[in-house]
Design a protein around this ligand. Structure first.
Ligand SMILES: [Zn+2]
Length: 75
């Protein structure tokens, strides 16, 4: 059973990522809204893609790319 996050939980992940970048002075690569501009999925949400369960980011570690389509945000 796929465990999907609520909008509130997604917002929490976005805040965690912003806080992390601020505290550690990391560049903020993740899209501010959490929406991947490549695949239109939310990087913090969990999806079932084909037979694979693709888990979203927690926001607690630095996001450098999309967990679903593997698109990097670094360039
Ligand atoms: Zn993507």
């Amino acid at each position: 059973m796929l465990d999907q996050k609520t909008g509130i939980q997604i917002t929490e992940c976005i805040k965690k990522q912003e806080r992390l970048c601020k505290e550690k002075d990391y560049p903020h690569f993740a899209p501010r809204s959490g929406m991947c501009w490549k695949c239109n999925r939310n990087i913090y949400q969990n999806y079932k893609i084909g037979e694979r369960e693709s888990n979203g980011k927690t926001g607690e570690s630095l996001v450098t790319g999309c967990p679903h389509c593997s698109r990097t945000y670094c360039d």
